[in-house]
Design a protein around this ligand. Sequence first.
Ligand SMILES: [Zn+2]
Length: 175
Amino acid sequence: MNTYKDRDLMVDGSMVYCRPHRSESCSECNLDLSPLNSLYKALSQVHGDIPPPNALNPNIARQISSLRENGNKNLKEQNFDEAIKYYTYAIEFSFQRPIWEPHELTAQEVAYCLGRRSLAYISIKSLVNAYVDAEWGIRIKPDSVECLEFVPNDGNFKNVLEEALEKALKLAKNN
Ligand SMILES: [Zn+2]
């Protein structure tokens, strides 16, 4: 049974903590203040001025699309390491979207960049990374074209992946 109990909280700067343990998410006090603190942080960035539903922060949107385009450009020019770098930035940026922006958009962006990064990883034969990216992209957005397009159809990718897996298992056995 939950009875209302006064919480012993403290404020430090812009963060709220439990006072006894000075923790943001405290199992002893059975308290998780991190959503509140993140909300505060997000709100303070827009000075409390929450945009209307489905409005996007144009700066973040612009940043993400420019990073993604740089990824695509480098992928096309076969600068795979650079492409991976830009897609990684784009993914990190996507996760920084304010929490009130539509979640589907983040999923779409992240899945797209994961799929493209997966292609870049395949190109440099970094197969485990390629596999993880495609797999995560599909989990985030099950109908992601970028992630699905090569995984089931590309027999070659599958073969090399199986080969890599065999090698890894052998190595594991010998150690
Ligand atoms: Zn506590």
